[in-house]
Write a protein that binds this ligand. Structure first.
Ligand code: CA
Length: 407
């Protein structure tokens, strides 16, 4: 997935997981739209026709396409609570997901190796994405993709983005990759790796040579497509994503965050060690130290491939989960850092308030959507530095109280 869609097509947007709350009036589909849906759809038909799609195909594809209220509801829902680092990880990675992932690694070994050779993406990472995206193909979505994407394109909120998704969906259907009645997530993510239409169009691969790029039934196509997408997003062959590390007591928190890049040798000189206390591998590989759960939580030294995972989904927790699950699939144990006795979850409204207050103070958090991405982390860190606080970039209630001037 590209940067802009990472929050859009996911049921697990960034830190925020949806625990509850549809406690508002049932939304109307596209109340603000100037045209009735059927006339709007005629415009889509004209655009697709101008792009070279046949009338026959468009008649079949667009027949009966209609807006789905539930899609708008899901698009508008406001999660009441955020998920903390440990809860996120517990949700993403459990013994059953690890067990099945190992089973899939063994079962599809030959095919995974082929993709690994061709695209330079190790099997454990392909399988980890597969586990997180669709639970190894168990959950690929139940909404008709054209209807879902047309609903969101007709709706005013993100019409441009979803209009391009709709055109991409029609394109891949027209070329025979995907059936016109295919089902996906409420936001149009498709198949075992939940590719949105533009990603499918741009990166899916016909690896078994039957002329179709099939992300549902063809394991060769699926694995090659995921590996191709990662490879084209900058995956560095043979490299891992990162590792859990120990920081020395006197470690300066200003050195943490994705913007600070140093070689492993430099980090070693600054006292960073493997989680077992050993030396870091030598070399000039660029790495950053991140604290996804704040300075009391685990520390990770992340490499280039972690950044590539962020292009698939910009959630820093998602990226940790992919990396950690990949490690677990090849025998690594759980994270070694101690869990806190209690983690206080911030509400989506709290996070939005935090972002608005940061923005008002001139720290650019990249919007106030209540989703904590790298930009918000950087803004928090800058605020902490200016306020002489431990600059770990982590949103806490204490920080919000300080921004509100109540602490
Ligand atoms: Ca194929």
């Amino acid at each position: 997935m590209n940067f802009s869609l990472s929050i859009l097509n996911r049921l697990l947007p960034v830190i925020v997981l949806l625990i509850t709350s549809f406690g508002f009036a049932r939304p109307m589909v596209a109340a603000e739209s100037a045209l009735p849906f059927s006339q709007w759809l005629d415009g889509v038909r004209k655009e697709a026709s101008a792009a070279g799609m046949s009338t026959g195909f468009l008649n079949t594809a667009l027949a009966g396409v209609k807006p789905i209220n539930r899609v708008i509801e899901l698009d508008r829902r406001q999660p009441e609570f955020t998920l903390t680092f440990w809860k996120y990880l517990d949700n993403a990675i459990n013994p059953e997901r690890i067990r099945r992932g190992r089973e899939m690694m063994a079962k599809h070994q030959t095919q995974l190796q082929k993709s690994a050779l061709k695209y330079g993406v190790q099997p454990r990472f392909i399988v980890a994405f597969w586990g997180l995206e669709s639970n190894y193909g168990k959950h690929t979505g139940a909404f008709p993709v054209l209807d879902a994407v047309a609903t969101l394109a007709f709706d005013q909120r993100r019409s441009r983005f979803f209009r391009s998704q709709l055109m991409a969906a029609l394109t891949i259907m027209n070329r025979g990759d995907v059936d016109t009645r295919v089902k996906g997530s409420w936001a149009g993510a498709m198949g075992n790796f939940q590719f949105i239409p533009t990603t499918y169009k741009g990166f899916a691969v016909d690896a078994d040579g039957d002329g179709k790029r099939d992300m549902w039934n063809s394991f060769p196509d699926m694995f090659a497509s995921a590996a191709n997408y990662l490879s084209r997003s900058g995956w560095r062959s043979g490299w891992s994503w990162g590792r859990e590390v120990q920081l020395p007591k006197e470690f300066k928190l200003e050195l943490t965050g994705l913007k600070i890049r140093k070689s492993q040798s430099q980090w070693q000189a600054l006292g960073v060690r493997t989680i077992g206390g050993g030396s870091l591998p030598t070399g000039d590989t660029e790495a950053s130290v991140i604290l996804p759960a704040g300075y009391n939580g685990p520390a990770f030294l992340i490499y280039k491939n972690y950044r590539t995972i962020l292009t698939w989904n910009r959630s820093i927790l998602y990226a940790i989960a992919v990396g950690h699950l990949a490690d677990r699939l090849v025998g690594a144990g759980p994270l070694k850092s101690k869990r806190p006795v209690e983690e206080v979850a911030l509400s989506r409204a709290d996070l939005m308030d935090m972002q608005r207050r940061l923005a008002a103070l001139g720290f650019e958090p990249g919007g106030s959507d209540g989703v904590i991405g790298p930009m918000t982390r950087t803004a928090i860190k800058a605020f902490q530095q200016k306020s002489l606080l431990p600059a770990d970039g982590y949103p806490t209630m204490g920080l919000l109280e300080m921004l509100r001037g109540t602490k």
